[in-house]
Design a protein around this ligand. Structure first.
Ligand code: UT7
Length: 330
């Protein structure tokens, strides 16, 4: 069977204009700019205005990615939206985005793998391209997390923000040497209680109890997640190198999930990479779950850090606990 290769033909990202600074948060909970910067590296997070939905952020990012790829929405064979903050449980956000974009009848589905969602999505898209089933696939990571955060709880409200990023993956031509080397995906449901949003599903449908007990907000065991984040992302990076018989020096850029600067630094240290080779965008946007990696990738491509031919290693972890890596030649 002919095996095709995938190529990122275009990327785009979008951050809402409104920003919440650490100093703003100082007025809302007992915290300080110094604590947040030192413990997380975050300075700002962007917040979508009321009435703006996840699909709206996704639309902005998707249009930029399609422009860059020189493709029309009608060229798309599949739309994947990685998100844990969909517009609503049903229909999926990918179908809403398909309509807003003006794409044609094509497969459109959401991926729920929390912060690892974009890496999962890119992997799924790559498989459809490798087999020859589809040629042009839009993969989006989009979140409006601030609506799931309790602004009375300092442990979580300082971390999360809203953003969207998108990549158009296409079948590479013979003269283009871009490819996805490999991806290595994991999930460990035995520790799924570390990071949860309990209400709104079939287990705890919305009711007065949900509001009384604040079950509509994310709850996490931060310190424990921290440990698993470093371990799972480091292991996934090792797997990518071993599988492709590459050395750390062969990787031009690492883009870890942007959850905490100290987690990113620990992964870079394990990998033996200087921080100059790590794309870090956390100060400006905080943790935007499925969007962080694709937003960081887009920024680094647009400002010229990442060039065609560079090897880029993406690695993520998130609620689930999901984790994984994906090594690509841009
Ligand atoms: O995408 C996955 C989502 N989740 C994560 O990535 C979370 C990963 N974990 C982390 O990023 C870190 O664990 C946090 C940033 C959440 C917390 O940082 P930490 O260095 O692990 O702090 P800690 O939980 O060990 O708390 C240390 C102290 C505590 O006070 P005491 O008990 O020592 O008196 C906390 O109550 O810091 C306190 N604290 C704060 N102080 C000021 C916790 N949050 C804050 C805050 N401002 N916002």
């Amino acid at each position: 069977m002919t095996q095709y290769r995938s190529r990122i033909a275009g990327t785009g990202s979008f951050l809402p204009e409104k920003r919440l600074s650490n100093h703003d948060l100082e007025k809302m909970v007992e915290t300080s700019d110094a604590w947040i910067v030192e413990r997380t590296g975050i300075r700002y997070r962007h917040l979508a205005e009321d009435g703006v939905n996840t699909s709206d952020l996704a639309l902005q990012a998707a249009r930029k990615a399609l422009d860059e790829a020189k493709l029309a929405p009608t060229d798309l064979d599949m739309i994947l939206v990685a998100t844990v903050s969909p517009d609503m449980p049903m229909p999926n956000t990918a179908c809403i985005l398909q309509h807003k974009l003006g794409a044609r009848d094509c497969m459109a589905v959401d991926i729920s793998a929390a912060c690892t969602g974009f890496v999962y999505g890119l992997t799924i898209a790559d498989q459809f391209i490798r087999t020859g089933m589809y040629k042009n696939i839009l993969v989006v990571g989009a979140e409006i997390l601030h609506r799931y955060v309790n602004y009375k709880e300092r442990e979580t409200c300082i971390l999360f923000g809203d953003a969207a990023g998108a990549a158009v993956l296409t079948r590479a031509k013979d003269n283009e040497d871009s490819k996805i080397w490999s991806s290595h995906l994991h999930a460990d449901g035995t520790i799924s209680d570390l990071f949860v949003l309990q209400a709104g599903g079939s287990a705890i449908p919305f009711s007065q109890r949900v509001l009384d007990e604040n079950l509509q907000y994310v709850k996490m065991k931060g310190r424990e997640i921290f440990k698993h984040a470093v371990r799972t992302m480091s292991n996934a990076c090792d797997e990518a190198l071993a599988h492709n018989d590459l050395k750390a020096e062969d990787v031009n850029w690492i883009i870890p999930h942007q959850a905490n600067l100290r987690i990113i630094e620990a992964v870079a240290k394990h990998f033996g990479a200087p921080m100059e080779k790590v794309v870090v965008e956390i100060a400006e946007m905080g943790n935007t779950s499925a969007a962080t990696i694709i937003v960081a990738l887009d920024k680094a491509i647009r400002d010229g850090r990442i060039q065609r031919g560079h090897n880029v290693l993406l690695t993520a972890f998130g609620a689930g606990i999901t984790s994984g890596s994906l090594l690509l030649r841009y």
